[in-house]
Design a protein around this ligand. Structure first.
Ligand SMILES: CCCCCCCC/C=C\CCCCCCCC(=O)N[C@@H](CO)[C@H](O)/C=C/CCCCCCCCCCCCC
Ligand SMILES: [Ca+2]
Ligand SMILES: [Zn+2]
Length: 264
């Protein structure tokens, strides 16, 4: 039985040809396409700092986990080791869990929790600890299980889309869903249609997934911050801004906190 650190000890192997560009890096493009996690992580931490100060400083932990995913994902694609695979998947699990604890609107909590965020956080942490142990049992299904969490997030986002008249929020939800749908199509296609992609020498779908899912996460956090603020930050208004310019057709969204003076 190979060591968990050994190159190619994972049962998962992505469509990109192994060791094509280097003897040390198994999947070159899949490894270096994780660079977006290292760029967006610290940058979003900086842009969202005023919001985190007002709402909850634990939000910075989300960006730390996001960067940890980039690091573990790089290690995984570089080695295709079992340890790399598990670290990557467990970090994703904890990122999703921390997103739930911070931003899940109370109206979606199970009724027995009576809209208590502390109790919801405890329940989420217990489920996440159990899932962390379960992830060792059938490692090949972990990624599919993680992707299926998107169905629940999508349900919440669609409900909030139907409720809101906020044009900025509606636009951000539309962009997030399109980004996520294209990202997921790339991920699934790399997994299931690899022989076709190899015939036409196009091995980049999983790299495209890395870039698109990191953009989805940035857009998704701004969506959740706006939804959450409607319930949890009365008297304060969140204004959506884009880096580097609000007027550019593409940019990184973030929120600015303003006092709501409509009662003055
Ligand atoms: C109210 C709750 C809000 C919680 C928001 C949490 C959203 C999490 C979104 C993105 C997570 C980023 C995951 C990046 C993974 C990158 C590493 C990677 O590629 N790993 C692969 C192996 O290399 C692995 O196979 C990937 C597994 C699948 C991970 C799926 C994560 C769930 C994505 C859920 C996105 C829902 C977005 C819906 C937007 C409207
Ligand atoms: Ca490969
Ligand atoms: Zn990956």
């Amino acid at each position: 039985m190979p060591s968990i650190f050994a190159y190619q000890s994972s049962e998962v192997d992505w469509c990109e040809t192994n060791f094509l560009h280097s003897e040390l890096v198994a999947e070159f493009y899949n490894t270096f396409s994780n660079v977006t996690f290292f760029i967006f992580g610290p940058f979003m931490m900086y842009l969202m700092h005023p919001y985190a100060q007002q709402r909850n400083l634990y939000i910075h932990g989300v960006w730390v986990l996001f960067m940890a995913i980039g690091l573990f994902s790089m290690y995984f694609h570089m080695t295709l080791s079992f340890l790399g695979q598990l670290l990557d998947e467990i970090a994703i699990l904890w990122l999703v869990a921390s997103g739930y604890c911070i931003w899940m609107p109370r109206s979606y909590y199970p009724t027995f929790l009576r809209k208590n965020r502390v109790h919801f956080t405890c329940l989420t942490v217990i489920i996440t600890i159990v899932s962390t142990f379960l992830s060792f049992l059938r490692p090949t299904i972990n990624a599919y299980a993680l992707n299926s969490i998107a169905i629940h997030i999508l349900y919440i986002v669609v409900q909030e889309y139907k409720k809101t008249n906020n044009k900025e929020l509606r636009h951000l939800i539309q962009v997030s869903v399109v980004l996520w749908a294209v990202a997921l199509t790339s991920w699934v296609s790399d997994r299931l249609l690899c022989s076709f992609w190899q015939q036409i020498n196009f091995f980049y779908l999983h790299s495209i997934w890395h870039v698109l899912i990191s953009f989805t996460f940035v857009y998704g956090t701004v969506v959740m911050a706006l939804v959450d603020a409607e319930y949890e930050m009365p008297g304060q208004m969140l204004k959506v801004r884009y880096w580097p310019r609000d007027t550019w057709p593409m940019g990184l969204p973030y929120v600015e906190v303003r006092s709501d003076n409509k009662n003055c």
